[in-house]
Design a protein around this ligand. Structure first.
Ligand code: IDP
Ligand code: MG
Length: 150
């Protein structure tokens, strides 16, 4: 199975109608989207999602922002997607992120950085399971893609 990761379009990006632009970045790179849903994250889910940061001083504000309005949770797959998606997103603080990255191109703030992506195989597995049942993750079989040879 190709490597999979959880990508989330955060509330600030959804409110700014940036979902399409963000999705395009991953599509253009050649990655495949295999699951998606729009939802409002509960306080409990936000705390689980950001559990690794539970002792940080920004944890409470982070969870509050993350659960404040709708997000789009997605599973994407492709070669080396965990490392490459982090590059596509750019540095954590959007004000430091390089032009050409999602955060560098669309945000000039610190914490409102538009997008989340898993940072390791282990966190991807944990995070995907927080949002999706196995039967909600589809696949596309390109071995039989008739449009490729039409
Ligand atoms: P990441 O999203 O690039 O993986 P993490 O270090 O995992 O960055 O932090 C999770 C999220 O917490 C960040 O995306 C950002 O929204 C927020 N955050 C991280 N560090 C700070 C901080 O020092 N102040 C405020 N918010 C922060
Ligand atoms: Mg992180």
């Amino acid at each position: 199975m190709p490597e999979q990761t959880l990508i989330i379009i955060k509330p600030d990006a959804m409110q700014r109608s940036l979902a399409g632009k963000i999705i395009s970045r991953f599509e253009e790179k050649g990655f495949q989207i295999v699951a998606s849903k729009v939802m409002v994250v509960s306080d409990a889910l936000a705390a689980k999602h950001y559990a690794v940061h539970k002792d940080k001083d920004f944890f409470e504000g982070l969870c509050k922002n993350f659960s404040s309005s709708a997000i789009m949770a997605m599973v994407w797959q492709g070669n080396n997607i965990i490392e490459l998606s982090r590059k596509i997103m750019g540095a954590t603080f959007a004000q430091d992120a390089k032009p050409g990255t999602i955060r560098g191109d669309f945000s000039c703030t610190k914490g409102f950085n538009l997008v989340h992506g898993s940072d390791s195989l282990e966190s991807a597995k944990y995070e995907i399971a927080l949002y999706f049942d196995e039967n909600e993750i589809a696949d596309y079989d390109l071995s039989n893609a008739r449009w490729l040879n039409d």
